[in-house]
Design a protein around this ligand. Structure first.
Ligand code: PRP
Ligand code: URA
Length: 214
C-alpha cells in the first residue's frame, strides 16, 4: 500500500530479520522485548523525520556558519495503555525529558470493541506535536477512540503522528478515512484480520508477550 500519509520503515533485510524474530511464536519473552525495542527505536527515529523544522544557522568551532535546522515546535508522547507503554522508553531514549500522556483503552476480548477507562495528558498538549504510541492497529477502534480524546483536549489532527509496529489494511484505511490529516509511521502492513479481529500473520497479543501475561 502506498499513501502519502503512511510512512513505512525502509523494507530492508535488517527490518525483516527483526520482524521475523518478534513474529515467531518460538521467540522467548526476553528476545521479544529486546527485538521489539529495536524496531520501536527505528520507528521513533523515523517519526522524528516527519516533524516540521525551521532554518537555524549555527557557528562551528571553526568560526564557520553551518546552515542547519531546528524542530519547529515542542513534542510529547501519548501511549495507549497498556501495549503502547512498551514504546515510551524508545521515545525517551531519543527525546530526553519528553512529556508522556497516557490513555487507557482496552479491547473487549469478546467483541473487540474499545473501552476508554482513563486519560491523563500534558496540560499544554494542544500546543505540541503528539507522537501517538501503540504497537498494534487491528480494527482501528482503540486508536480512533484515543484520537477523539486528543481532539477533546484541543490537539489538531495534523499534529498527530501515529507510531505503530504492525497494522491491518482495514485499520489503516479506517484511520485514513476518519482522520484526513493524520500521519502514520509503521513497520509493516499485514494481510488482514482473523474472525477474533487479531492481525494475521501478526505476532499474537503484543501486550501479553511484552509484559509476560499470556
Ligand atoms: C491492543 C493493541 C491496541 C489494540 C488494537 O490492545 O495494543 O491498543 O489492541 O486493536 P484495535 O485496533 O482493534 O482496537 P488491547 O486492548 O488488547 O490491550 P493491551 O494493550 O493491554 O494488550
Ligand atoms: N492486539 C494485539 O496485540 N494483536 C492483535 O493482533 C490485535 C490486537
Amino acid at each position: 500500500m502506498k499513501h502519502p500519509r503512511v510512512h513505512l520503515l525502509p523494507q530492508n533485510n535488517q527490518l525483516k530479520a527483526l520482524m521475523s524474530i518478534i513474529r515467531s511464536k518460538d521467540t522467548a519473552r526476553g528476545d521479544f522485548i529486546f527485538y521489539s525495542d529495536r524496531v520501536i527505536r527505528l520507528l521513533v527515529e523515523e517519526g522524528l523525520n516527519h516533524l516540521p523544522v525551521v532554518p537555524k544557522d549555527v557557528i562551528t568551532p571553526m568560526n564557520e556558519k553551518y546552515e542547519g535546522v531546528a524542530f519547529q515546535g515542542r513534542i510529547c508522547g501519548v501511549s495507549i495503555m497498556r501495549a503502547g507503554e512498551s514504546m515510551e522508553q524508545g521515545l525517551r531514549d531519543v527525546c530526553t525529558g519528553v512529556r508522556i500522556g497516557k490513555v487507557l483503552i482496552q479491547r473487549d476480548e469478546a467483541t473487540a470493541q474499545p473501552k476508554l477507562y482513563y486519560s491523563k495528558l500534558p496540560a499544554d498538549i494542544s500546543d505540541r506535536w503528539v507522537l501517538l504510541l501503540d504497537p498494534m492497529l487491528a480494527t482501528g477502534g482503540s486508536a480512533s477512540k484515543c484520537i477523539e480524546v486528543l481532539h477533546e483536549s484541543g490537539v489538531k489532527e495534523d499534529r498527530i503522528l501515529f507510531i505503530n509496529l504492525i497494522c491491518s489494511p482495514e485499520g489503516v484505511k479506517r484511520m485514513l478515512d476518519l482522520f484526513p490529516k493524520l500521519q502514520f509511521v509503521t513497520a509493516e502492513i499485514d494481510e488482514g484480520m482473523d474472525d477474533r479481529k487479531f492481525i494475521v500473520p501478526g505476532l499474537g497479543d503484543f501486550g501479553d508477550r511484552y509484559f509476560g501475561t499470556s
